[in-house]
Design a protein around this ligand. Structure first.
Ligand SMILES: [Zn+2]
Length: 440
């Protein structure tokens, strides 16, 4: 009997990002019920949808391991500032006026940008997550979502946000494409009580924990003054750490702390562009990789990057550590690509399902048009993807076996409408914040 597949990608060059880092020439991929069912020189059966893979590079979709999606509306409103000035004087006063309509517009815009540039899964921590979940469901992308938890304003804020965080978990648990996370903002914005409450909720629901740790030197110095310990030592001391923790940034980390991270199975979300932009420092990524600490790659929010194009972060991750260490072998192209795909999946605890092109995994796949001057001749597929390709080269984006972009056309979002609504909502948000003179 001839089996009928949903999608067959024929005769492509496939960068699998599997454990052996295999690159397959003139191979085909068959997708059925959202999963990759066959990879071979020829695949059996017919397909409803055949995509010609000739002249294309196929790779797993990017996993953006750390972002604040709806900050797309705040892209460019404040740049070139230290973190605390940027947050206190610019971002937080505007964010105080964020409502669901702003969030929806920012999420749709960010998702459109991500689908266009080959991201198939993102790890988001931001406000009104129920609304972002609607955008994720509607667009077909995959996401890990967390409500930010902080209690700088005291126990009432703590109680309210914890209730919201728990409600989100209950609502989204078991969804095919959404993984709920807990999102304690950072050790400097969360009390010990809040961090312990997060640990309890993790134990109760088994969900992951997305937190910012040791982004700036100043923050580490402040915590040392306050608690007498460095951030990971403090988190270890209160019993907060476990393999479900995804620590965004982890820039200022001591040898002892790296030992703790390794022992507890803590994952890192590395955001090289954001770190460079606020001059936060350089995370010890080569050392994390040497020690076998899982590292995913993230963009951070579009207000601090200012792009959600993972191709940029991929290239910069590979370059930054060479530059910082004086060693051209620090973070080779293969390691950078791993961070952007399977490394991110590992960070989110989803590596059994996504992050590489392998039989049995979810079909989260992108295709890159290589018939372009900057990708010709194809001497080295991995090198071309890391050092030469751009988000605009992505022709197809497939998530969960569903085509979200085909030949550069978005299938699930009306891009014109999404952009118009983003402009409208940004006008409204900036007017509410008394800064509408900033829009051109
Ligand atoms: Zn962040």
């Amino acid at each position: 009997m001839v089996q009928n597949m949903d999608i067959v990608i024929k005769d492509a060059t496939i960068v699998t990002a599997d454990a052996k880092g295999r690159v397959l020439k003139d191979h085909s991929i068959a997708v059925e019920d959202g999963r990759i069912v066959e990879i071979g020189e020829r695949v059996k059966g017919e397909a409803d949808h055949v995509i010609d893979g000739r002249g294309r590079l196929v790779m797993p979709g990017f996993v953006n391991a750390h972002t604040h999606l709806s900050m797309t509306l705040l892209r460019g409103v404040a740049d070139d500032l230290p973190l605390m000035t940027w947050l206190n004087d610019h971002i937080w006063p505007i964010e105080a006026n964020l409502n669901e309509d702003h969030i929806r517009a920012g999420a749709d815009l960010g998702i459109a940008e991500m689908i266009r540039s080959g991201t198939t899964c993102f790890n988001d921590m931001y406000w009104h997550m129920e609304t972002v979940a609607e955008s994720v469901k509607k667009s077909g992308i995959r996401a890990a979502l967390s409500t930010p938890l902080l209690d700088v304003m005291g126990p009432d804020q703590r109680g309210k946000l914890l209730r919201e965080g728990e409600a989100l978990i209950k609502r989204l648990r078991g969804h095919e494409r959404i993984t709920p996370f807990l999102g304690p903002h950072a050790p400097y914005t969360c009390s010990e009580e809040l961090l312990l409450a997060v640990k309890d909720l993790h134990d109760k629901y088994g969900v992951g924990v997305h937190i910012h740790v040791s982004e700036t030197k100043e923050e580490v110095e402040n915590l040392k003054k306050d608690k007498g310990m460095r951030p990971f030592e403090y988190l270890e001391g209160i019993g907060f750490l476990h393999p479900g923790v995804v620590a965004a940034h982890s820039v200022w980390v001591s040898e002892v702390e790296m030992g703790i991270m390794k022992e507890r199975g803590v994952k890192v979300a590395h955001n090289p562009v954001s770190n460079m932009k606020i001059a936060a420092g350089v995370a010890p990524v080569p050392e994390y990789l040497r020690r076998g600490i899982a590292v995913g790659l993230g963009t951070d929010g579009a207000a601090s990057n200012n792009s959600l194009d993972m191709f940029e972060d991929l290239k910069i991750a590979a370059l930054l550590h060479k530059s910082a260490t004086g060693n051209p072998e620090a973070v080779p192209a293969e390691a950078a690509l791993e961070m952007a795909t399977i490394g991110g999946a590992r960070a989110l605890g989803l590596d059994g399902e996504i992050g590489s092109i392998e039989v049995g995994k979810k079909a989260d796949i992108i295709m890159v048009d290589r018939k372009k001057p900057h990708l010709t001749p194809l001497t080295n597929p991995v090198s071309h993807l890391v050092y030469a390709a751009r988000g605009g080269d992505v022709s197809h984006t497939i998530v969960d076996g569903r085509i979200l972009m085909e030949e550069g056309r978005l299938a699930t979002l009306d891009e014109e409408k999404v952009m118009a609504e983003a402009v409208r909502q940004t006008e409204d948000l900036l007017a509410k914040s008394g800064t509408s003179d900033r829009l051109f």
